[in-house]
Design a protein around this ligand. Sequence first.
Ligand code: SF4
Length: 467
Amino acid sequence: MASIYIETFGCQMNEADSRYIADRATASGYEIATDPALASVVVLNTCTVRDNAERRAYGRMSHFKALKTADPAMKIVVCGCLAEQDRDRMQTLAPHVDAVFGTSDLVRLGDALAAWRPDFVDDEASEARALLRPLGGAADCVTDGYSHLRAFVTVQRGCSYYCTFCIVPHVRGRFDHRPMGEILAEVRSAIAAGARELTLVGQTVNAYRDPAGGADFADLLETVAALPGLERLTFVTSHPKDFTEKLARTLGAVPQLNPRLHLPVQSGSDALLRRMNRKYTIAQYEEKVGWLREHAPDCVLTTDLIVAFPGESEADFEATLELCGRMGFAQAFMFVYSPRRGTPAALWEQIPPEVGGERLRRLAQTVDRGIRALHRTKTGSVVRALVQGPSRKDPAKLAAKTLENITVVVPDAGLREDEVVARPWLEVRVDEAFTWGCTGTLTGIAEHFDGPARPVAGPAYDLLALR
Ligand code: SF4
């Protein structure tokens, strides 16, 4: 049987795209392979946001070359931002790649998959397969037994803001907002397929404008949240420039919205924000966070931070440390600046890597203090968290995410996968807090976020210890 293996790098846009590819493939009769060596088609969904991601993608292409030599019928496909950026270069660097699809070519990729599957019959069975979603696990969690519990719906592609460090507008193009009607139809089918948490995805998601009716992002959130059967709703990534008081009010007023906001600040220095072309000042950022605190006080704030951006002085960097101290971010994705070909900042004088590394370490210490403080507030409480699947470190444990996106890990209490998938909301008593998340005890499993939980007995070794 034809099978497809999908490996995903980068952001949630790519994750959403990979899910689209998986759906198109299964609708065309493919099975999802968990091992590239067993697949008839291998898809590498790439990212260019950092140099490291680019190098890893080329590394994986070399690795897949050996598989292709062993099985020349295997097709290797590269898609995503690197495919868009390096379309021509890739033919020289990785001539064994069969096809390259840019970020706007996903529909064509789906068509190609159907064409490569010679015995595909467009019958009821294949339609049912598309709805069933594949089971079986994959390296990137695009398709495992739990993946259908979370759905990602792309509401907008591209970005028109041209931050001086960012490759996205160059490879994904300017804003292209999807009509709200299309988005709602996709959300409805995700709910019908079992999604419990829905993430609206866009590079600058809160700049969304419905091209048909002019509704803004807050309107979209309210409309999506009102769809029958939707349990939890969230979104990434917001731009501070477009974060309005109306959106802060919506976050506080719509009960289905998860209490979290990812609002990348990038730097605590106005001078650096200007060089980055971020279109806001720190005072404006803090004013917007003030709206969040006022209208949605339970909402946690997460961010992205870049250190050693060209021109960053020690004083600029210390302004970032101070900002982090004031904000108490619940999570921060921190990077040493990495020049991207084709962006203005790549041409500027660079800061030595050892300075970047040292600043990153200091920043992580400051940010981690805030994260640990938040996680400690959870100890002793009982939280509901949506299961992700077996913990990567210990498969006898289950990992789940709270509404704030905090990882909680619990012993699996001997539950079967189908029991957990049917009741994916874990009721967890949080026992201990760490920087990465929390550990706890599983006390119940619930079918719905708001519904009753079925109690779960403690693991067998606990019962033995009580004797
Ligand atoms: S807002 Fe800036 S960082 Fe974000 S996608 Fe657009 S250009 Fe890139």
